[in-house]
Design a protein around this ligand. Structure first.
Ligand code: ADP
Ligand code: MG
Length: 315
């Protein structure tokens, strides 16, 4: 790599004293070795510059996001994150960029007790892949475990990241635009709530491609359909204040990158869910019901809502 030498780069930015006794061998050998007991959850996600984020996005946000999207996948399984591997492809090794990237990555890793135990560093077009390993304390949450009549819930607010991406592209300014851009750049995965949810929810997924697309996966896997009450979709003041109502609704239904959790549970467990959520300062909203009739139906005052797009697909 131009700039820093590859080994200098690993030593300086990524090899930190290991504090996790379960890690027998971390960065520095041919492979990491960990002591693990019981069920493990494993996920990997790649963020490609120009596809998943504008390449000029601040490096601190890229480091944060690369880990956050994987934390969100584990949260949607009810898993506790523990160990990460980081495969980094960079056009060049610039110390300032790497320092900010590592600061974003480790601030989030430290918050959730995740140890970086290995990775790979290569030269090429900007691309960041994280592999995340976690433990699964209770039976995992699955997409296919929805039951007809379940209430459908989401955490937080929807559509903000899509609004943020639009603001970035259109260079919108103002405090609402800034708040939305921040939601895109620094998503907050629902780690603690995901783990708590595993004891009560039926099906779960994280909202990465857009609510309609992701809820569609729960429906397909569960052999069911869903009715979404569009009037109940949780919108942030920043989104409601900066986009026309139809646009805000479209972002909430089909925009991706929010990394909230969408889950289903028996109607009788509604109060339990509200308590679990309140204990973890996680806002939750009931947005609809699973039905035995297949398909995703979005209803506003009982009328079907036409959708602008159907979630992001790479191919
Ligand atoms: P190898 O040639 O055996 O693949 P590398 O030279 O790629 O080994 O990596 C040396 C060590 O540094 C390995 O332990 C690897 O896991 C770790 N490593 C490489 N790049 C990174 C990175 N970006 N973040 C964390 N660990 C890394
Ligand atoms: Mg290697």
């Amino acid at each position: 790599m131009p700039g820093l030498d590859e080994f200098e780069l690993i030593e300086r930015f990524f090899n930190r004293p290991k504090a996790d006794p379960a890690v027998e061998i971390g960065i520095g050998d041919d492979a990491a070795v960990i002591h693990a007991e019981g069920r493990l959850a494993l996920a990997t996600d790649t963020l490609v510059g120009g596809i998943h984020f504008p390449p000029e996005l601040e490096p601190r946000a890229i480091g944060h996001r690369a880990l956050a999207v994987n934390l969100s996948d584990l949260a949607a399984m009810g898993a506790e994150p523990r160990w990460a591997l980081l495969a980094l492809t960079l056009p060049s090794a610039e110390a300032d960029w790497l320092e900010a990237f590592a600061a974003g990555f480790f601030a989030l890793a430290d918050r959730y007790g995740v140890a970086l135990i290995g990775g790979d560093s290569t030269r090429g077009p900007l691309s960041v892949t994280v592999e995340l390993i976690g433990t699964v304390p209770t039976p995992p949450l699955r997409r296919g475990a929805g039951q007809a009549g379940d209430e459908v819930w989401v955490t937080g607010t929807l559509g903000d990241a899509a609004g943020g991406l639009a603001a970035l592209a259109g260079a919108a300014t103002g405090s609402s635009a800034e708040a939305l851009v921040h939601r895109f750049a620094y998503p907050e995965p629902r780690v603690a709530f995901g783990v708590a949810l595993a004891s009560v929810a039926h099906a779960a997924i994280d909202v990465s491609d857009g609510l309609v697309a992701d809820l569609g996966h729960i429906c397909e896997a569960s052999g069911l359909g869903v009715e979404i009450d569009v009037a109940r979709l949780p919108l942030s003041p920043a989104l409601a204040g900066s986009a026309a109502p139809e646009r805000a609704r479209d972002y909430a239904l089909t925009g991706g990158d929010d990394y909230e959790l969408c889950f289903t549970a028996a109607a009788a467990d509604g109060e339990r869910i509200e308590r679990l959520a309140a204990d973890r300062s996680t806002p939750v909203t009931r947005i609809g019901r699973l039905t035995s009739a297949r398909g995703v139906r979005c209803l506003l005052d009982g009328q079907p809502v036409p959708l602008a797009a159907a979630g992001f697909r790479h191919f």
